[in-house]
Design a binder for this molecule. Structure first.
Ligand code: SF4
Ligand code: SF4
Ligand code: SF4
Length: 249
């Protein structure tokens, strides 16, 4: 029986999530035992138009990217968005808060009008094509990547946390940063990182995106306890997936 074929593609991003995959070292060799990686620009020169699983890193920032992504989607049975740039638009979405021409001129100066610098509002992958699975985080967690890919190779549905960061944070016994005046986004952001930031006394700033189905009452209780509003929380969701709307509103 032939092995499932995996292709990894990058769009607008820093490639830090791919680096997390490379850092898996021995685990990558294990995965290669059960799957064929047929295209991965960061790690090999071969290319292929035939693959079963397409993994997409990066956000979609140009019309040409949308066309390329649609071709990939049509070729793949399963499409996975890798990292915050792909899952929620990530840091690249900051651009959408400004006029595009203003942004281009700021970055490229007099060269802003060159044809190859054509740009558009930044989109997450699922704003262009259907996404089957998302691997969250900026950067992703290598172990979570390995788990999700293994599930896909075994034909199993991976379990991706559908509860907020606060659950993991409280399970670790961390003091709540709201007590110390930090507006931590933990009540509305998807867990799975092991509450990495609050465990280091730094507020969650939302890299895993809003949880799909938050416990609205609990989140509102926390917010009201500290005399804040949902708008205060939203104002802190500026770095990742800018203008994304939380479902607690
Ligand atoms: S999600 Fe973060 S680490 Fe991954 S590619 Fe985007 S900016 Fe880089
Ligand atoms: S709000 Fe932040 S610091 Fe407080 S419990 Fe939730 S994740 Fe932890
Ligand atoms: S605590 Fe928040 S910002 Fe930090 S890694 Fe987890 S989801 Fe991302």
């Amino acid at each position: 029986m032939s092995k499932p074929r995996i292709a990894i593609f990058d769009f607008a991003c820093c490639e830090g999530c791919q680096l997390q995959i490379v850092n898996l070292e021995e685990e990558i060799l294990d995965l290669l035992g059960v799957a064929d990686v047929v295209e991965w620009r960061e790690a090999m020169s071969e290319q292929s138009h035939q693959y079963d699983i397409a993994i997409i890193e990066g956000s979609i920032t140009r019309p040409a990217d949308e066309a390329r992504l649609r071709v990939i989607r049509n070729r793949a049975e399963v499409l996975v968005a890798l990292g915050a740039c792909a899952t929620i638009g990530g840091i690249n979405k900051l651009k959408n808060n400004f006029e595009l021409e203003e942004v281009k001129e700021y970055v490229y100066g007099k060269a802003a009008g060159m044809p190859h610098l054509e740009t558009a509002a930044t989109k997450a992958v699922d704003e262009v094509v259907e996404v089957d699975y998302k691997i969250h985080g900026c950067p992703i967690d290598g172990k979570e990547f390995s788990y999700i890919v293994r599930c896909l190779l075994m034909g199993k549905k991976p379990e991706i946390p559908e509860y907020p960061v606060c659950v993991e944070c409280k399970a670790k016994g961390n003091p709540c940063l709201w007590e110390y005046g930090q507006i931590c986004l933990g009540p509305v952001i998807r867990a799975g990182c092991g509450a990495r930031c609050p465990s280091s006394s730094f507020r969650c700033f939302g890299c895993r995106g809003y949880v799909d189905d938050p416990n609205v009452d609990a989140a509102k209780d926390v917010i009201q306890k500290y005399d804040l509003t949902i708008a205060d929380l939203k104002s802190k969701m500026v770095l990742f997936g800018s203008k994304q709307e939380p479902t607690v509103v």
